[in-house]
Design a protein around this ligand. Structure first.
Ligand SMILES: CC(C)(COP(=O)(O)OP(=O)(O)OC[C@H]1O[C@@H](n2cnc3c(N)ncnc32)[C@H](O)[C@@H]1OP(=O)(O)O)[C@@H](O)C(=O)NCCC(=O)NCCS
Length: 262
């Protein structure tokens, strides 16, 4: 059974262990210690399995500078790929089978047939991967639903800044891919939405945050103050249209500036 609760005063050492394990370095745990020391924490949650802390997420204020002009780095992975060579350019048959080999002729496919077979295998692998991902998503969803009642533990935080940033977030390596990171984020967002926060920014893996409805801030004409790939700085509106009229540059707490390589 996984539970989520707010950080207690006795938790910092365990949180440090989790973050150092998750990131394989201590930059993130140092940032968390720094935010805590300066009382710059909006919300800090831990995930526990059988009373042991296995995950952590921190939320702090994000300040919008509406006068500053956003700048983005182009994301290499987002660029359109060069067109694949067309079928016409490929030779249509495979060279002759080597002398002395006795395999049945059916093993010797033309390149066209081989290409079609590889294509089928790729498609089958994609279908299998999609089914596995759907099963994992269903497991995450049921985990989230079963712990919904635990979200009330964040009661006690009665206000939040209008804009908030997530980070860092870490789950112990041997506990990853079980929905714990999602639970930590969703629990935090769930609570922040109830205490006047309008949007939450995140710097990190689109593959993770994108699943929870985060989208690149560029869509809203908003950038982080430091240059990162355009897809990496993301946001989720907690209040509908919160960012409709907003443009500019987001400044995060100084401790988070050290994590640009994350
Ligand atoms: C990122 C992290 C917090 C996610 O925690 P988690 O408990 O593994 O997350 P979930 O199980 O809820 O993941 C949900 C989905 O997000 C995606 N996801 C998770 N981690 C990902 C990653 N590192 N890269 C790309 N996608 C990722 C996957 O699609 C995953 O679904 P799957 O398990 O079916 O593949 C955890 O992997 C971690 O601590 N990583 C190292 C530290 C780090 O990089 N933190 C910052 C990331 S922005």
């Amino acid at each position: 059974m996984i539970s989520i609760r707010r950080e207690k005063t006795t938790d910092p050492a365990a949180i440090r262990r989790v973050l150092d394990g998750a990131f394989g370095r201590s930059l993130e745990s140092a940032a968390v210690d720094g935010l805590r020391r300066r009382a710059a924490v909006v919300l800090s949650l831990v995930a526990l399995r059988a009373e042991t802390i296995i995950g952590h997420v921190m939320f702090s204020e994000a300040r919008l500078d509406a006068q500053a002009a956003p700048a983005w780095l182009e994301d290499e992975s987002a660029k359109p790929k060069a067109a694949a060579p067309t079928g016409a350019a490929r030779p249509v048959t495979r060279p002759i089978r080597p002398a002395g080999r006795n395999e049945p002729d059916t093993q010797w496919l033309s390149l066209e047939e081989e290409f079609a077979r590889e294509q089928r295998e790729r498609e089958m692998a994609e279908v299998a991967e999609a089914a596995a991902a759907a099963a994992r998503a269903a497991a995450r969803k049921s985990l989230l639903e079963s712990t919904t009642r635990l979200r009330t533990i964040t009661a006690g935080v009665t206000t939040a800044p209008k804009w908030v940033a997530i980070g860092p977030i870490g789950v112990l390596p041997n506990q990853q891919h079980h929905g714990i990171g999602t639970m930590l984020v969703e629990s935090g967002l769930d609570h922040l939405a109830r205490v006047s926060c309008e949007a939450v920014f995140a710097l990190g893996t689109p593959g993770f945050f994108g699943l929870m409805g985060f989208v690149p801030t560029r869509r809203f004409g908003i950038a982080w103050e430091l240059p990162v790939g355009a897809e990496k700085f993301q946001v989720r509106e907690l209040k509908p249209q919160a960012l409709a009229e907003v443009k500019g540059v987001i400044r995060l707490e100084p401790e988070l500036r050290t994590l640009t390589k994350a």
